[in-house]
Design a binder for this molecule. Structure first.
Ligand code: FAD
Length: 290
C-alpha cells in the first residue's frame, strides 16, 4: 500500500544493481519507482551465447514487471532518462514526463568505449545489449554463408576470420564461443567450406589476457583458447577498424566479423549528476542470479 507521506525512491535502471536495490526496498514503507528504457531485465553475462547462436534472446530477458510484480510498493516505468534536476529533485524522461524523488538511485550501468574512435562501433559491435548480440550473430552467420557462396579461396579465408578486440573477460568469452560455433555447431553444415578451418584471432594490447585476474588464471585461459584453436596476439593494439577488418601494429587483417570487447565507460546518467565517474576494473567470477 502506497501513501503520499512515504518517501519516494526513484531507481534509474533495472539491471543487476537497480533490481537488487528494488528488491531490498520491496514491502518496506517507501514508494519506489524503477525506470528503465527497456521493459525487460537482461542477463548480460550470457549475451555472448546469444551472439553465437547458443541461446535465443528470450532465454536471457525477463519482464521487469514480472520480477517485481509481487511488491505492491514498487511501480515500474518504461522510459529513457534524459536528465536529472538535482535542485528540483526530479528525473526527466525522453517523452517529457518528470518523476519527482526524495531519494535517487542511479544504476544505469555502462557502455562500450571505443577509445576516441566512435566510428569503429559500426564495424565492431560488442555484446552489451540484445540488439548488439543479434547484430554479432547475424554478422558471424552471414560471413559463413558468404564464404560458402564465394569461389575465391582468399575471400573465403577472410570471411571465415573473426577478430575479437580486447583480452578481458568479454573478449575471452567471445573468442571461446566463436571457436565452439565454428569447430562444432557449424562444422558439418556447409558443402563448399569447412568452418573448422575458421580463424579466430583475439587481440590484446597488454602483455597477457585477463590482466585483472591472477596470472595463473590468465595462463589457464590462454591454454584453453590455444586448445580451441584461437590465435592470441599480445602486446599489439588495434590501430583502425573498417568494413574489411582491422589494422594491428601496421598489419591488415581481413575479417568477416570484428567484435569489440576492449573498453567500457560509465553511463552518461551519472554525468548528469555532476558526480565523479568511475569504471569497473573487472567483474569477479559471477554470482549473479535472477
Ligand atoms: C558480455 C558481458 C559478460 C559479463 N559477464 C559477467 C560475469 O560473468 N560475471 C559478472 O559478475 N559480471 C559480468 N559482466 C558484468 C555485469 O554484466 C555488469 O557488471 C552488470 O550488468 C552491471 O550491473 P548494473 O546494474 O550496474 O548495469 P546493467 O546491468 O547494465 O543495467 C543498467 C540498466 O540501466 C538501463 N539504462 C541505462 N541507461 C538508461 C537510461 N538513460 N534511461 C533508462 N534506463 C537506462 C539499462 O537499460 C539497463 O537495464 C559481464 C558484462 C558483459 C558485457
Amino acid at each position: 500500500m502506497m501513501t503520499s507521506e512515504q518517501p519516494h525512491v526513484v531507481i534509474v535502471g533495472a539491471g543487476f544493481g537497480g533490481l537488487a536495490c528494488a528488491r531490498a526496498l520491496g514491502g518496506k514503507p517507501v514508494h519506489v519507482t524503477i525506470v528503465d528504457r527497456r521493459n525487460y531485465h537482461l542477463f548480460v553475462p550470457l549475451l555472448y551465447q546469444v551472439a553465437t547462436a547458443a541461446l535465443s534472446p528470450a532465454d536471457i530477458a525477463r519482464p521487469i514487471r514480472r520480477i517485481l510484480g509481487k511488491f505492491s510498493n514498487i511501480e515500474v516505468v518504461l522510459g529513457t532518462v534524459t536528465g536529472i534536476d538535482t535542485a528540483a529533485r526530479h528525473v526527466r524522461l525522453a517523452d517529457g514526463r518528470e518523476l519527482p524523488y526524495d531519494k535517487l538511485v542511479v544504476a544505469a550501468g555502462s557502455d562500450y568505449s571505443y577509445f576516441g574512435h566512435p566510428e569503429w562501433a559500426e564495424f565492431a559491435p560488442g555484446p552489451r545489449s540484445l540488439e548488439d548480440a543479434r547484430r554479432i550473430r547475424a554478422r558471424l552467420l552471414t560471413a559463413f554463408e558468404r564464404a560458402e557462396a564465394s569461389r575465391d579461396p582468399d575471400e573465403q579465408d577472410a570471411l571465415m576470420t573473426t577478430v575479437i578486440v580486447g583480452g578481458g573477460p568479454t573478449g575471452v568469452e567471445m573468442a571461446g564461443a566463436v571457436a565452439e560455433l565454428a569447430r562444432h555447431a557449424l562444422a558439418s553444415d556447409f558443402q563448399n567450406i569447412d568452418p573448422r578451418r575458421a580463424k579466430i584471432i583475439l587481440i590484446e594490447a597488454g602483455p597477457r589476457i585477463l590482466s585483472a585476474f591472477p596470472e595463473k588464471l590468465s595462463d589457464y585461459a590462454k591454454t584453453a583458447l590455444d586448445r580451441l584453436g584461437v590465435t592470441v596476439i599480445l602486446n599489439e593494439a588495434v590501430e583502425s577498424i573498417d568494413a574489411r577488418g582491422v589494422v594491428v601494429a601496421g598489419r591488415r587483417i581481413d575479417a568477416g566479423s570484428v567484435i569489440w570487447g576492449a573498453g567500457i565507460k560509465a553511463s552518461p546518467v551519472g554525468d548528469w549528476l555532476g558526480a565523479p565517474l568511475d569504471v569497473p576494473v573487472a567483474f569477479r567470477s559471477t554470482r549473479i542470479s535472477w
